[in-house]
Design a protein around this ligand. Structure first.
Ligand code: ADP
Ligand code: MG
Length: 336
């Protein structure tokens, strides 16, 4: 039977039973650290990452796949960075010249509008569109910074979804966006709620591809693995992951799982690696996504690169530190 073991067994925590009898992982987790019977291994951190295609600012990325690309940003666990990813990848795509509609499908706890600084401009939501109280274009909020980026909220904050609102309503919405007079958007990005209940099922129904956001910790990884299985059951085969809040200092100190470990555990293609960056919190509070910062911050650059790979349906590769040529500088870490 497959089981999940705590890779950081410093002091035993009796209350945390990670060896649950329910096998949630589809892969066997190989503990990164030696067990207590063996002598400690020499320090061999995995943390470097390498990209397959580099960002080339003298060209526009080639849009792969059929449009509109309907991408759900999901995770299972809450607070890992789905909304941050939706805002930053969405605005990066708009900056690259693609038309983007971001749908906030986190119904009870919507906050994409806050991250984008658009909260005062949301007058109508999808619920009013479906009730016939307004037109679809009245519910779409166009960003003043990048006019090819629009936000659509499902409902008012703290409101409950009307009975009967589900995946079919979202499929109708995506079809309505496709047949708009000004043409179909290139990307429809859906910010998914946490959990795996009705809200999650609704959010993934119209999607053809998924970006799974995870942090390098076991709770987030277990949820991510569960969600991967559910996405596959729903017919979504194109699943890529973003590893968020990565701290190289902790990986070096063997206090955090490496990106390579995460990739081996989940077995998904890697779209991006985002470092822990206090600028993310600052930009969240200002309603000004960090990809718009000048000069760009490290996390902002990493989000831009993830957006570039999303456009080209490309991925990056996590490699062991020793495989990287020495002193290639910080950007080698993010594949730049
Ligand atoms: P989710 O939508 O998955 O619940 P959020 O995007 O709302 O998660 O992010 C949760 C919190 O984590 C926010 O306060 C956000 O600013 C913070 N956060 C997300 N990514 C990073 C990062 N790379 N570095 C620092 N803080 C981050
Ligand atoms: Mg969120």
């Amino acid at each position: 039977m497959l089981s999940l073991q705590n890779p950081f067994p410093t002091t035993p925590k009796p209350s945390l039973n990670l060896n649950s009898s329910t096998p949630l992982f589809s892969t066997t987790f190989k503990p990164h650290f030696p067990n207590t019977l063996k002598p400690p291994k020499p320090h061999k951190p995995h943390f470097a990452t390498r990209t397959q295609s580099l960002l080339q600012y003298n060209r526009k990325p080639q849009l792969a796949g059929e449009t509109p690309r309907v991408v759900v940003i999901t995770s299972g666990k809450g607070g890992v960075g789905k909304t941050t990813t939706t805002a930053n990848v969405g605005l990066s795509l708009a900056r690259l010249g693609f038309s983007v509609v971001a749908i906030d499908a986190d119904v009870g706890l919507r906050n994409l509008d806050l991250l984008l600084g658009l909260e005062n401009r949301v007058n109508y939501t999808v619920v009013e569109v479906l009730n016939g109280d307004c037109r679809l274009d009245q519910a779409l909020v166009r960003d003043k910074r990048w006019s090819n980026f629009e936000l659509l909220c499902i409902s008012k904050p703290r409101s409950k979804l009307p009975i009967g609102f589900g995946g079919k309503a979202l499929v109708w919405l995506v079809d309505a966006l496709k047949s708009r007079q000004e043409g179909s958007p290139d990307f429809i990005i859906i910010d998914c709620p946490a959990g795996i209940d009705a809200g999650f099922i609704t959010a993934i129904t119209p999607a053809n591809e998924a970006v799974l956001v995870t942090t390098p910790d076991i709770t987030s990884l277990r949820d991510a693995d569960r969600v991967t299985g559910l996405l596959e059951c729903d017919g979504i085969r194109d699943i890529k992951m973003i590893v968020n809040r990565v701290r190289t200092d902790m990986i070096k100190g063997e206090d955090m799982m490496s990106v390579l470990d995460v990739q081996e555990m989940l077995g998904l293609s890697l779209l991006g690696v985002i470092p822990e960056d206090s600028e993310v919190i600052r930009s969240t509070n200002r309603g000004y996504p960090l990809v718009l910062n000048k000069p760009p911050t490290l996390a902002g650059l990493a989000f831009e690169q993830a957006a570039w790979r999303l456009v080209e349906q490309d991925s990056m590769k996590a490699v062991m530190m020793e495989e990287e040529p020495k002193k290639r500088g910080f950007f080698s870490f993010f594949g730049g």
